[in-house]
Design a protein around this ligand. Structure first.
Ligand code: AHR
Length: 344
């Protein structure tokens, strides 16, 4: 770690880990320029000054904890950036708030971390803080979501092809429902986020020229509660008989929609078909149960690749700008076959 300003990192608690000399600290950081405070958790490898100098300090700016997918992604990152693997991880979850996330990244810069990893809440607004990281010579790796800023401002990205996910979902919809008049409502992810933008674009392109008509599209912010309340609004406006198909940008919103459909006395998966993206455990179970009709996977297990990229970049090795992880897709039969062996 280059430098650390303890004055801006007031430690609130210290808990001994099972490994001798390792500590987990939770504290509050304050961004001097904005005065904003955010919660951070630090897991640090111990073993004396000599060992500490080999440790790679990484600030990870996570979006928040909006979905089952996000929990699996956070676990994957924390496992990969562990002290056993030679890291000290400073973890910040921004509760889906773009300004709080940028502020967290600024705090990492002020703390002089060795590298910063970001899962950006939204695509826009990153230029200034990425420039600040570059000026401080702190490499930035993106995981999961992308940014609209220049590629020169970060070292690499690892994640999924969100547009291809939307295309896969849309192609299946077109094949199943494209020949009959189908009224579709969309539950969008967080406004301005890469997956919401790209999945919408991919799906729309795949259903072009079919008889699927988008009658409404609103954000449910990638949360189960958001999906439920937007779906309740759709049902109030169009009635259960006025909606044939839901395209939810993630499983959690689809699961919220199921609750709203059942509360309205209709049968999800039959009266109203549902297509989602993610393939987390709860979503896959709903697919096996026939309440969801099709799921396109979005693999959250990106930790090992992200940690590998950080090590390579810090070692001065050449890396590509983008690494795509493969996704699959599941109908009911395919989900039943794999559900017990899925790690998330
Ligand atoms: O960026 C990936 C998306 O973010 C996942 O599909 C969603 O569940 C999460 O919140």
């Amino acid at each position: 770690m280059k430098k650390r300003f303890l004055s801006t990192f007031a430690l609130a608690g210290v808990a001994a880990l099972t490994m001798a000399g390792c500590t987990t600290e939770t504290g509050t950081t304050t961004d001097d320029s904005t005065g904003e405070s955010t919660e951070e958790t630090t897991t640090e490898a111990g073993g004396g000054d000599e060992a500490a100098s080999d440790v790679i300090t990484v600030g990870f700016a996570q979006t928040g904890a909006e979905s089952g997918w996000r929990s699996a992604n956070t676990e994957s990152m924390q496992a990969a950036f562990s002290e056993e693997n030679g890291f000290e991880l400073i973890f910040n979850a921004a509760d889906n708030d773009p300004a709080a996330q940028i502020s967290a990244v600024r705090n990492f810069i002020n703390q002089g971390v060795d590298a910063i990893v970001i899962a950006p809440v939204v695509e826009d607004g990153w230029d200034d803080v990425l420039q600040e990281a570059a000026s401080a010579e702190i490499p930035v790796i993106l995981e999961d979501r992308t940014v609209s800023a220049s590629e020169d401002l970060y070292s690499s990205w690892v994640g999924l092809d969100f547009e291809a996910e939307g295309v896969k979902a849309g192609e299946w919809a077109a094949e199943q429902y494209g020949d009959t008049e189908t009224k579709m409502v969309v539950l969008e992810g967080t406004t301005g986020s890469a997956p919401a933008n790209d999945r919408a674009a991919g799906f729309s392109s795949a259903i072009e020229g079919t008889m699927i008509e988008t009658i409404d599209s609103q954000t449910g912010d990638f949360t189960r509660d958001g999906g439920k309340s937007v779906m309740e609004g759709y049902i109030a406006n169009y009635g259960v008989d006025g909606i044939d198909l839901v395209f939810a940008h993630n499983d959690d919103m689809g699961l919220g929609a199921i609750e709203a459909i059942e509360a309205a006395g209709a049968v999800p998966g039959e009266d109203i078909k549902i297509i989602t993206i993610d393939a987390v455990k709860d979503g896959m179970q709903a697919l096996v149960d026939g309440k969801i009709n099709y799921i396109v996977e979005c693999n959250p297990l990106l930790g090992d690749q992200a940690a590998d990229l950080v090590k390579k970049v810090l070692a001065g090795e050449e890396v590509d700008k983008a690494y795509y992880v493969e996704d699959q897709a599941f109908d009911q039969a395919a989900a039943a076959e794999v559900i017990d062996s899925r790690p998330y």
